[in-house]
Design a protein around this ligand. Structure first.
Ligand code: ADP
Length: 193
């Protein structure tokens, strides 16, 4: 199934100068880039990019609370609340601040099962948990605990769409009506998609 996925190389990837190395990993896997641009996100774009749903906030908030418990961190001292929804809201604010803190390289990749393929190349959300060989596992050693202690988001280099619906919304959000470029890579003929 040919899919499209939105990938953002976040400001940590751009500022560290590892955009080329990361791009190489996607490129050599056979994924085809069909749109690319460097963007300085404003508050409107950053806010739309991170969902405002209670479901997302609760998921992220609960993960933070679990990590705090596991590592013996005082949640109240760090976050000022023990409510997963409120904690998730704080993480959303941190995400927005970070996304706006510098340029982001936005890319649309196309390929067979692109959504899942991209996510598997990227690795776990928390770099200290990401497998070696994945982008986050190889290029970052950040953790939720280190991030939360400093009142910031996890620096994990990449955003990648989580589903086809998400990809559709995100591509429209970041590229509006801009055209996607259609062309053939050697892979297309070699593997006859
Ligand atoms: P992913 O980016 O892997 O799809 P999520 O959608 O769950 O992960 O979270 C979005 C972003 O929020 C993550 O990439 C990360 O930068 C940040 N984040 C997630 N959980 C936490 C947390 N517990 N503390 C700080 N930042 C977090």
């Amino acid at each position: 199934m040919i899919q499209r996925s939105l990938v953002l190389m976040k400001p940590d990837a751009v500022k560290r100068g590892i955009v080329g190395e990361i791009l190489h990993r996607f490129e050599r896997s056979g994924l085809k880039m069909i749109a690319v641009k460097l963007v300085q996100a404003d508050e409107n774009l950053a806010s739309r990019h991170y969902p405002d749903s209670d479901e997302w906030k609760t998921k992220v908030g609960q993960r933070t609370l679990d990590d705090c418990e596991k590592y013996g961190i005082d949640v109240m001292a760090n976050m000022g609340t023990k409510d997963p929804l409120e904690v998730g809201g704080i993480v959303k604010k941190w995400n927005m601040e970070f996304l706006m803190s510098g340029p982001v390289l936005a890319i649309v990749f196309e390929g067979v099962n692109a959504i899942e393929r991209v996510r598997s190349l990227v690795g776990d959300t928390v770099p200290t948990k990401a497998s070696a060989g994945t982008i986050r596992g190889d290029f970052s050693l950040d953790s939720a605990i280190a991030a939360n202690r400093r009142g910031r988001t996890i620096y994990n280099l990449i955003h990648a769409s989580g589903s086809e619906d998400e990809a559709k919304d995100e591509i429209l959000m970041w590229f509006k009506e801009e055209p996607m470029i259609s062309y053939k890579r050697v892979h297309d003929d070699l593997y006859s998609y």
